[in-house]
Design a protein around this ligand. Structure first.
Ligand SMILES: *Cc1c(COP(=O)(O)O)cnc(C)c1O
Length: 369
């Protein structure tokens, strides 16, 4: 194999220029204040709350811990319904919070759970529904709020993909009792590692702050269990820089997304997942479904791309419902199985230019059998 270009990866990092990073980190060193609710964390929380249009943002170590501490602080119990088609962290966090994940199927178009996929799973042991805004496309939050209300269940969202996205003209961040975000290095807004919970419920916010800090702080309320979930000043510094660049990063993502969409539409047998067409988006994910008549399977196409240094990824393979500890139940999730065997994510994000997209698309055309 002739290798004439550097590999292109899914999950490119947004990189602020190094002099801004140096200035921010010099400030941390001068203050000699590295962690424990420092000034940069406070500033990031205030800016995120403003940006999301919510009353409270609590920054924590990562997106998984965000969901763990928010679930604990909400006093959820027993079973929680979530989509089978998601990153494993959604279920793992709930399991760590002492809950029992119940996996719902998703809609074939939106890749999100719906009132219809949730309804058959509701029984007396279910206390909550946790939706995931897959690829940043918001769940049908009104329909989910309807079914949650009917059965007096809590509703919350894993919005790890969803920073800057919206449902109709409402920003993700204020839906349900709480929403959680990931600021992992590969997400649109990144702290290297990081995450937050957003909520309009002031009492819940205080309970989350209490759970996410192992002991003794003014304002603590009574909670059942506590843990260290604190965000450090270094993480917050990265997050503040990333937030400054956010609009520019979204605009660049949008150009990439539209270029891929225009090109992939012409390739028979590949369906571009146009998740950004339903509402405000951060355009972070370029996703396609490999149809049967493409002539190559998802796995075949992934290998064909990887052999040519385009490191496309199957999402989510083989599917959370098929790996421990969740594979002991025979989940009835045919659409999730279908997606797990069809979906490929293509390289996008910072560092992927127009020529790279042309190269990926031309390999996709060559791959068509
Ligand atoms: C990234 C991600 C998470 C986990 O976030 P971390 O910050 O990596 O812990 C959870 N859920 C979804 C849907 C994700 O994409």
């Amino acid at each position: 194999m002739v290798r004439n270009a550097p590999p292109l990866y899914v999950g490119q990092l947004n990189t602020p220029d190094s002099d801004r990073v140096t200035t921010a980190f010099d400030g941390i060193l001068q203050r000699r204040y590295y962690t424990n609710h420092g000034p940069l964390v406070a500033e990031l929380e205030a800016r995120l709350a403003e940006r999301l249009g919510v009353r409270n943002v609590i920054c924590v170590t990562n997106g998984t811990v965000a969901l763990m501490v928010a679930a604990k602080a909400s006093n959820l119990s027993g079973k929680v319904i979530l989509p089978a088609y998601t990153f494993p962290a959604t279920a793992q966090a709930l399991t760590f919070a002492g809950l029992e994940p119940v996996l719902a199927d998703v809609d074939p178009r939106t890749h999100n759970l719906t009132a219809a996929t949730v309804a058959p799973l509701i029984d007396a042991d279910v206390s909550a529904i946790v939706g995931v805004h897959m690829w940043g496309r918001a769940c049908d939050v009104d329909a989910l709020a309807g079914i949650a209300g009917e059965h007096t269940l809590s509703l919350a969202f894993d919005a790890a993909h969803g920073f800057g996205c919206g449902y109709m003209d409402r920003s993700v961040g204020g839906f349900g009792r709480f929403e959680t975000f990931s600021f992992h290095a590969t997400k649109i807004l990144n702290c290297a590692e990081g995450g937050c919970v957003s909520t309009n419920d002031d009492d819940l916010a205080q309970a989350i702050r209490t759970v996410a800090n192992f002991h003794d702080r003014p304002g603590d309320v009574s909670v059942s269990l506590r843990i260290n979930g604190k965000m450090s000043e270094a993480q917050a510094a990265m997050g503040l820089l990333s937030l400054e660049d956010f609009d520019a990063n979204v605009a660049a993502n949008r150009d990439r997304y539209l270029a891929y969409r225009a090109a992939i539409r012409d390739i028979d047998g590949l369906t571009f997942v146009d998740h950004a067409s339903d509402g405000p988006s951060n355009y972070q994910y370029v996703v396609l479904e490999v149809e049967e008549h493409f002539g190559r399977s998802q796995e075949d196409l992934m290998r064909f791309l990887q052999e040519r240094d385009v490191i496309a990824r199957r999402y989510f393979y083989p599917g959370m419902h098929r790996v421990p500890p969740y594979d002991t139940t025979d989940w009835d999730v045919p659409e999730t199985d279908r997606l797990c065997s069809r979906v490929l994510q293509l390289p996008s994000g910072d560092g992927i230019g127009g020529a790279d997209i042309d190269r990926v698309v031309s390999i996709l055309r060559d791959a068509k059998a």
